[in-house]
Design a protein. Structure first.
Length: 238
């Protein structure tokens, strides 16, 4: 936790905020702070600043927080991601959030196991929790916009063009294709398939929406490995 991420319900009055149990444990046991000490903090979807320890009472901690800066700029990259395995999804959402990706669609694919869409890990509060962990890691306050698209064809045909908006549309796909570009600063929508890859039909559907196939070498990578590697090649992190 590199940033105390305060939620609106923790606000008491004025500049005074109440830390939750997890934050109290971090401040007390990891940071070793005492009354009068301060650390970096921010408000979810708000600004950042310093939180000064106002009081320790019965294992409860109250802080004085004042904004002094904005959250870091978002990465100009939107992610269209075939729904990964539930355990992998947790790590991917943390990584995507910490990298500064602010727009994510989890979409179905023929090679995505149908049971993945039934997992409790897709509950909104659990997805939000993982993205918050990524923000805490990267010292960011702006939550990504997350969309679930359990039906591939309707989303691609009816919603994808509007969602992706202007900018380049890149499809990571093994084969005899041009290499992935690098050091882009323009808006990009990146499509990453399941570990078994997109089907020919899915590739054709995405190409109709102006996605261009690009190769990222001959190795078949896990999605959790491919995502940060691709982002690191495509973009310079802010």
């Amino acid at each position: 936790m590199n940033l105390l991420l305060l939620h609106p319900h923790q606000h008491l009055h004025g500049d005074l905020w109440q830390l939750d149990e997890r934050q109290c444990s971090h401040v007390r046991d990891i940071l070793g702070l005492a009354e009068g000490d301060s650390c970096r903090a921010g408000i979810v979807d708000g600004g950042m600043g310093k939180a000064q320890i106002e009081s320790f009472k019965n294992n409860e901690i109250q802080v004085l927080f004042k904004e002094d800066s904005h959250s870091p700029p978002p990465l100009p990259l939107s992610l269209l991601l075939a729904l990964p395995r539930p355990k992998m999804l947790k790590r991917i959402l943390i990584d995507a959030s910490s990298l500064g990706i602010k727009r994510i669609v989890l979409i179905n694919s023929w090679k995505v196991d149908k049971s993945y869409w039934q997992t409790p890990n897709l509950k909104a509060d659990l997805l939000r929790e993982k993205m918050l962990l990524g923000l805490e890691q990267a010292r960011d306050t702006t939550l990504p916009e997350l969309v679930l698209a359990p039906r591939f064809k309707p989303f691609v045909e009816d919603d994808l063009d509007t969602w992706a908006g202007p900018g380049r549309r890149l499809l990571a796909h093994p084969g005899d294709y041009p290499a992935m570009p690098c050091d882009l600063s323009e808006p990009v929508t990146l499509a990453i398939g399941p570990e078994g890859g997109w089907t020919d039909y899915e590739v054709e559907m995405l190409q109709r929406q102006d996605f261009a196939c690009h190769s990222f070498g001959t190795r078949i990578l896990r999605v959790e490995t491919a995502l940060p590697a691709l982002v690191g090649r495509l973009m310079r992190l802010p």
